[in-house]
Design a protein around this ligand. Sequence first.
Ligand code: PMP
Length: 382
Amino acid sequence: MTTIYATSVSTMSSLTPPTTPRSGRVYNFSAGPAQMPESVLEQLQHELMDLDGTGIGLLEHSHRGASYDKLLHEAIESVHRVSGLGDDWEVLFLPGGSMQHFSLIALNFIPKDGFAAFADTGLWAHKGQIETNAVRKTKTVFDGASCRFDHVPSNAEIADCSGASYFCYCSNNTVEGTQFARPPQVNAPLVCDATSDLFSREYPLDAHELIFASGQKNLGASGICLVLVKKSFLATADKSLPGLLSYANFAKAESRPNTPPTFGVRVIGLMAKWLADHGGPKAFEALNAKKAAPIYAAIDRSGGFYRPSMRSDCRSQMSISFQLPTEALVDAFVADAEKVGLYGLRGHRDWGGIRACVYNAFPIHGSELLAQFMDDFKKARG
Ligand code: PMP
């Protein structure tokens, strides 16, 4: 690692997350599983051996015991705190990532002869619609393929949703690097896949009926999904589903109708507490804007060497995606970046190019270093 990129910057204040990784660790721009707060990793490391002085490790505790009761209730409380959502919302933890929820939400909330409306804004929204189509009908009310997914739709661009059981959209398109500035206003209940930007900014979550997000990005562990659902919406769910497909059953059983992913629940609980303790979505919105800005500035001053595919009014503050003139330059960019401690920058396999994810736990100094690296790389190879 060259010294210029390894410059260390100290923590700005106790409320501000560390600005650099600890010695021996690198800047990890991975889209997910992604960089986590080191204080959370350390707490988990300790709890793996001994949770709360019980002499039993986190992975060894029964999901019916008092210790798990405590951490589950703490996790629910922390999610309420960081989300600002009240008691009229259920906080559920389900095994599996977010992909399976497209079909589960359909089974729970679309009658057999009904349909969901979808905004096809990118790879995950598209995959989600395909999953939904496996069990219920859908209607595409915005077709992003026609603009090569260069923007998310304005309200006026979304077709009529009347008759739909809900309108499903992806708040941040992790692959293409576009993000909704605010929830769309449509004539159907809102369902949001917020996997790659939940709790990263002030966003009116309560405009929705259901919001879901995998772990592995802003929530920490892969293989689990946080589902936030309005109790009044949940009351409309199909009651005849098998228990492990029913959100109402998960709510009734406190997310443990069977043995739950206890580790993932603990990680989400600690991540939510860490977010709330560091100022919550408002503070992270400001911090994340400061992380994204230098990278977009490097793109903008590159004279077309770095080529974002999205319109500038839809730029994501979480996942910054751009192309280079050739594949060989992409390979060189990724390899050279690793030499200076910047990892996880290769774009999604279906989209190519470079992608820098600066989720909540990503230390701010890393994005300044990436911007500097981009200038140097362009000078050397442009
Ligand atoms: N939705 C979005 C927006 C994503 O970014 C991803 C993963 N990158 C998924 C869904 C799928 O998540 P999982 O693999 O945990 O099911």
